[in-house]
Design a protein. Structure first.
Length: 299
């Protein structure tokens, strides 16, 4: 990969994090008026047209057809649980606090890779996972009291679902196209949550249509940019820039809701981010060790 390609990947990841933060802000605004199931359904429904437009532009209609139907259904069901948990969390918490907890997902993915996939995870990475979870505990209990909020637990549950879904994507990617994975995910969310929300569906107010449009556009743009980012640069290079989502969340909290994060929340989020960055660094270093060893052995 060229230096220009890597820089493009980094910029795409930064833009994707911003787009998803805008999408989450739109969901946070809408869930104050509409049930979480309805907001989750709107998240899926507003993204589907963009997937179809992209497919029409490229003409790759066959790429939409899944091969492993059960795998797609399982991931979609998990995605519904994750989305509902995260929507509940952002309704009750600030975006910055919800992100501070949710960004422990890479740490959970590392732990699950060792426990489920039997991948080798050394003591350094286990220590980073433990430190990151301590940071989550600090955020879950922002006032230093004994009570942990349900919203905080929901954000942590959403992060756990995200980590499990990432493991499922690894297996789906062996037989499925990127387009089919993304499209089936949005379709299952739209249909599943839409059917559940239908009995209690609240008529959409005209004043909320701009927010719904923002939800669809930002979600589709974010999805495209994050796929583009991973195509342009190695995951170990661009993954750290995903943590910029916390800055966007704090900024949107301040602009839209005039909310300022507390010191304990920032401290806990800092521990989570540093731990996640260390895990990414260790994975990158381990991946390079065979190359370094071979280079050193050459005459």
């Amino acid at each position: 990969m060229t230096q220009k390609s890597i820089l493009g990947g980094i910029l795409a990841m930064l833009a994707a994090a911003a787009a998803f933060a805008v999408m989450d802000a739109a969901m946070k605004h809408l869930v104050q008026t509409y049930p979480p199931l309805q907001v989750a359904s709107l998240r899926g429904l507003t993204s589907i047209p963009f997937f179809l437009l992209a497919t029409a532009f490229t003409g790759r209609w066959r790429a939409l057809v899944p091969v492993n139907w059960m795998g797609h259904l399982a991931r979609g069901a998990l995605g519904i649980i994750m989305l509902l948990a995260f929507i509940y969390a952002v309704r009750e918490l600030s975006l910055g606090t919800a992100y501070g907890i949710f960004l422990c997902a890479p740490l959970l993915l590392t732990a699950l890779s060792a426990l489920v996939l039997r991948e080798q995870v050394g003591l350094h990475r286990w220590f980073a996972v433990a430190c990151g979870l301590i940071g989550v505990i600090v955020i879950l209990n922002p006032e230093g009291r004994s009570m942990v909020t349900l919203a905080g637990l929901m954000a942590f549950g959403a992060a756990l679902c995200y980590a499990v879904a990432a493991l499922m994507i690894r297996r789906l990617a062996r037989t499925e196209s990127t387009l089919s994975i993304g499209f089936s995910y949005m379709l299952i969310i739209a249909v599943g949550t839409g059917a559940a929300a239908l009995p209690g569906w609240v008529p959409l107010l005209g004043e909320h249509w701009p927010w719904i449009a923002v939800l669809g556009v930002s979600g589709a743009v974010g999805q495209y940019l994050i796929v583009h980012a991973f195509r342009c640069a190695p995951a170990s290079v661009i993954a750290p820039f995903e943590y910029s989502a916390l800055l966007w969340g704090i900024t949107l909290d301040w602009i839209v809701w005039s909310a300022i994060p507390g010191a304990r929340m920032l401290a806990g989020a800092g521990v989570v981010i540093v731990s996640g960055l260390y895990v990414i660094y260790r994975e990158h270093r381990i991946a390079l060790e065979p190359v370094i060893r071979v280079s050193a052995e050459r005459p």
